[in-house]
Design a protein around this ligand. Structure first.
Ligand code: SF4
Ligand code: SF4
Length: 121
C-alpha cells in the first residue's frame, strides 16, 4: 500500500492524535548573542524523520514508515497506555491524502489471519 504514498506528510499534519515535533535553535540576528528555540510539527512519513547524525536511517523506505505510523497508533501506543488506541476514527488522514491511502484498509489487512510481513522496502 505504500507504493502510491508520496511521503507528503498530510496524514500526520491533519491527524488530531499525531503529536511528533522537532526542536530547532535559530540565531535571532543582532549581536549574535541571542537566539530562539522553536518547536514545530514534524512527521514520521518524511524520509528525514529518523535520519541520524551519522547519516544512517532506520526507516528509509516508505513501507517501513507507513508500517510504523499504523503500528504506533494500533499496537505500540496501546501497549503503553492500557489498550487505548491512538486513533479516534475521524478519517481526516483518508480524505486529506492526495493518493487515497486508507488506514482502515491497512488495519484490516494487517489483522487478517494470513497477513504477511511488510517487506523492508
Ligand atoms: S482516522 Fe485516526 S489516524 Fe487518521 S487522522 Fe483520524 S485519528 Fe488520525
Ligand atoms: S497523506 Fe497519503 S501520500 Fe501523504 S504521506 Fe500520508 S499516506 Fe503518504
Amino acid at each position: 500500500m505504500s507504493d502510491k504514498c508520496l511521503s507528503c506528510g498530510a496524514c500526520t499534519y491533519l491527524c488530531p492524535t499525531c503529536y511528533c515535533f522537532n526542536i530547532t535553535d535559530e540565531n535571532d540576528g543582532g549581536d549574535g548573542m541571542r537566539g530562539r528555540r522553536l518547536r514545530s510539527w514534524d512527521n514520521c512519513m518524511s524520509s528525514l524523520f529518523t535520519r541520524e547524525a551519522s547519516g544512517h536511517n532506520p526507516r528509509m523506505g516508505k513501507a517501513l514508515r507507513l508500517r510504523n505510523r499504523v503500528g504506533h497508533k494500533f499496537s505500540y501506543y496501546p501497549r503503553l497506555h492500557e489498550g487505548v488506541v491512538s486513533c479516534n476514527g475521524c478519517g481526516r488522514c483518508i480524505t486529506g491524502c492526495p493518493v487515497s491511502v486508507d488506514i482502515r484498509e491497512m488495519v484490516v489487512r494487517a489483522t487478517e489471519p494470513d497477513a504477511k510481513e511488510t517487506p523492508n522496502a
